[in-house]
Design a protein around this ligand. Structure first.
Ligand SMILES: Nc1ncnc2c1ncn2[C@@H]1O[C@H](COP(=O)(O)OP(=O)(O)O)[C@@H](O)[C@H]1O
Ligand SMILES: [Mg+2]
Length: 261
C-alpha cells in the first residue's frame, strides 16, 4: 500500500504520517516511511535517535554524482536520466522500532531547464519505491506534491490531504487536489485535524463537498505539550490515537489483502 500525505504547512501531515507508519509497523507490515519535506521532522516525531543526523538523499553528493554523472548540479554530457536506485533503500534507510525511514531532501523546482542530479536521483528513487516495492510506503510531503508525477501517480493508493478548520488550509487542499487530478491521482481523501467542535467539523465538510472524509482528528493540547517537551508525541493523546486508528482501519479495509508483511 502506498499512501501520500499532503496539505498546508502545520496542519498535521507529519503527525498523521508518524501515527500511520507506527500502526502499520506494529501490525507486522513492512513499512518504509519517507520524509519528503525539506523541513524534515518525521524521524523526530517517530522517536528516531539523533534524527538530525539522518542525511537526506539529495545531500549525498557522492551518491548523486556516482549515480547520475553530475556533481554539484552541473550538467555533464554523461548525465543519466535513469540512474540505478534499487540498492539505495537497503543501504540508506534507517531502522528504528520495527520500521524504516528515508529522508529525500529538497527537490528543486523545474522550469529553469534544471536537470540537477539531486532531482533525478530523488525522483527515480521515489518512482522505484512507489512502483516496484511491495511494502507499505508512507510519504510525508511538503505542502505540494512535486515529488509525484504522472508516472508515479498510478501507484499511489491514497492521497490523504490533511486540513484543519480554516480557510487557507481548505484552499490549499483544493489546489493540491487539482494538481493531483492533473497528474492522474484519483484516490484522494480528506483527513480533518485539530478539530475542536462539531461546528469545526461541519466547517470542513461543508467547504469540501464531494470528497471522501477519512476521519476528524481532535485537537489535543497534550500533543502540543509533548511537542514542546521532549516526550513522545505519539503516546501523548489517546483521543488523537483513537481517531487515527479509525483512519488506519478504514485504509486497511479499502485495500485488497496483498500488502507485504
Ligand atoms: N490534533 C492535534 N492536536 C494538537 N496539536 C497538533 C495536532 N496535530 C498536530 N499538532 C501540532 O501541530 C504542529 C504541526 O504539526 P505537523 O504534523 O508538524 O504538521 P505538518 O507536517 O503538516 O507541517 C505540531 O506542533 C504538532 O504537534
Ligand atoms: Mg511536516
Amino acid at each position: 500500500m502506498k499512501i501520500a500525505i499532503s496539505g498546508k504547512g502545520g496542519v498535521g501531515k507529519t503527525l498523521l504520517a508518524a501515527y500511520l507508519s507506527s500502526m502499520f509497523a506494529r501490525d507486522g507490515y513492512s513499512v518504509l516511511a519517507i520524509d519528503a519535506d525539506p523541513d524534515a521532522n518525521l524521524a523526530a516525531t517517530l522517536g528516531f535517535p539523533n534524527p538530525e543526523s539522518i542525511v537526506p538523499i539529495s545531500d549525498m553528493k557522492d551518491l548523486v554524482e556516482e549515480r547520475t554523472g553530475t556533481g554539484g548540479g552541473k550538467p555533464t554530457p554523461y548525465f543519466k536520466l535513469n540512474p540505478k536506485v534499487d540498492d539505495i533503500p537497503e543501504k540508506y534507510a534507517v531502522k528504528y522500532n520495527g520500521l524504516r525511514l528515508m529522508r529525500m531532501g529538497r527537490v528543486k523546482q523545474g522550469g529553469s531547464g534544471c536537470y540537477c542530479g539531486e532531482n533525478t536521483l530523488v525522483r527515480s528513487l521515489l518512482a522505484h519505491l512507489l512502483l516496484a516495492s511491495n511494502e507499505v510506503i508512507i510519504l510525508d510531503t511538503a505542502a505540494g506534491i512535486e515529488h509525484l508525477s504522472r508516472g508515479t501517480a498510478k501507484a499511489v493508493d491514497k492521497l490523504i490531504i490533511v486540513v484543519e478548520p480554516g480557510r487557507r488550509s481548505i484552499e490549499t487542499a483544493r489546489e493540491i487536489s487539482k494538481l493531483a487530478q492533473d497528474i492522474g491521482i484519483t484516490n484522494i481523501a480528506i483527513a480533518g485535524n485539530k478539530v475542536r467542535s462539531e461546528a469545526e467539523k461541519e466547517y470542513i465538510t461543508s467547504h469540501l463537498t464531494g470528497y471522501e472524509f477519512l476521519g476528524f482528528i481532535p485537537f489535543d493540547q497534550a500533543i502540543v505539550d509533548a511537542d514542546l517537551g521532549s516526550s513522545s508525541v505519539l503516546d501523548a493523546s489517546p483521543k488523537v490515537a483513537g481517531e487515527v486508528k479509525h483512519i488506519y482501519q478504514t485504509l486497511l479495509a479499502a485495500q485488497p489483502g496483498d500488502i507485504s508483511k
